[in-house]
Design a protein around this ligand. Structure first.
Ligand code: AMP
Ligand code: ZN
Length: 113
């Protein structure tokens, strides 16, 4: 855990979150500033700064994060599909340096910056 990381603090239960999925080292919760009528974030419980920090050893984790995103979208009522994206580093608009997949569905309001 990284002490000053917002998402590590959510994982640790130190900050509240609207959790929609938790299984085997993966957590998903509703984005605090939703950019669509459904906007969830899927994260590894382990602190990984961004996509560039994944290694070959994380291949299974990345697949499971992807499958968790599908699952969350379906559970939140969007079997017809959703938008899946990842901000990578400050240059990619990433504001929280703990890897997360955005899951947006339903009415899209804006793209998060
Ligand atoms: P990004 O800008 O791609 O790094 O995405 C970070 C996302 O985290 C933004 O959409 C924020 O609204 C969201 N966020 C930041 N803090 C929290 C929090 N405490 N709980 C839920 N979502 C958060
Ligand atoms: Zn973290």
């Amino acid at each position: 855990m990284v002490e000053d990381c917002v998402f590590c603090r959510i994982v640790a239960g130190e900050l509240p979150a609207n959790v929609v999925y938790r299984e085997d080292g993966i957590l998903a919760f509703i984005d605090i500033h939703p950019a669509a009528s459904t906007h969830a974030l899927v994260i590894p419980e382990r602190h990984i700064e961004d996509l560039r920090h994944l290694t070959d050893d994380d291949a299974a984790l990345w697949l499971r994060l992807t499958l968790a995103a599908h699952h969350v979208a379906e559970e939140l009522g969007h079997p017809q599909g959703y938008r899946f994206f990842v901000s990578v580093g400050p240059g990619g608009g990433q504001t929280v340096p703990h890897l997360h997949i955005h899951v947006l569905a339903g009415e899209m309001r804006r793209l998060p910056v």
